[in-house]
Design a binder for this molecule. Structure first.
Ligand SMILES: *Cc1c(COP(=O)(O)O)cnc(C)c1O
Length: 212
């Protein structure tokens, strides 16, 4: 088993009362998820639809599955019946499809809008104007927009990362004045994300080891 139990406990203690932990289990076997589940972890994050569907079928029904990857509209239907929170909604089209599939599945789906904060062009997400437009249009029937998600630049420069998280927090405060979920921070930068006001962190490699 490659789960780092000590690290898990350490992180939980650090987050206590401040942020929720989503344990990112993409590419890791179900046994590893089961090991953390047995320690009480219930929120797990996955990036790939087929992998998520397979694991959901093999693991306990009370796991809260977070979809944190880039979601294609034509695949929403596969996860709509059970997914707990979709973090990476980055288009109006995707939002509408989630609404359609939520209604079909007879449930309300919680989502986060992904904002592009990194310098890297390759990362997904809405820019400020697109975010404003989606917020103005409001959530379709069957969808609740619960907050924002973002990924900082992959850089050693802490000031760059801090600035990006701060920018996301500013948008969050503007669009969610009554509060909500702010999903930011991964293994390399979650302490900074929390310091800047994030309340949900997505941590993979620190818990499950490096991905191959
Ligand atoms: C893989 C992934 C993570 C976890 O990354 P680690 O560096 O392993 O903690 C978090 N968020 C997203 C969107 C990811 O794709």
């Amino acid at each position: 088993m490659s789960v780092n139990v000590e690290k898990y406990r350490e992180i939980l203690a650090e987050l206590q009362g401040k942020a929720q932990l989503v344990a990112v289990s993409k590419t890791k076997p179900s046994e590893d998820i089961r090991a953390l589940y047995d320690l009480g972890q219930r929120d797990f994050g996955e990036n790939y639809v087929q992998e998520l569907v397979d694991k959901q079928g093999q693991l306990p029904a009370d796991i809260r599955w977070h979809f944190i990857g880039h979601l294609q509209s034509n695949k929403v239907k596969y996860i709509a019946p059970f997914v707990h929170l979709i973090h990476g909604v980055d288009s109006d089209r995707l939002l509408k499809e989630i609404g359609k599939q939520a209604v079909k599945a007879g449930r309300t789906m919680d989502v986060l809008l992904q904002v592009h904060i990194a310098r890297e062009e390759t990362k997904f997400g809405l820019d400020d104007a697109e975010l404003a437009a989606v917020m103005q249009a409001g959530a379709p029937v069957g969808v609740r927009i619960r907050g924002l998600m973002g990924m900082a630049s992959n850089t050693e420069d802490q000031e760059v990362v801090r600035t990006e998280f701060r920018q996301l927090k500013t948008l969050f405060d503007r669009f969610f004045p009554a509060g909500g979920l702010l999903s930011m921070g991964m293994s390399a930068d979650y302490p900074l994300a929390m310091a800047e006001g994030g309340n949900m962190v997505r941590i993979g490699s620190l818990l499950f080891g490096k991905r191959g």
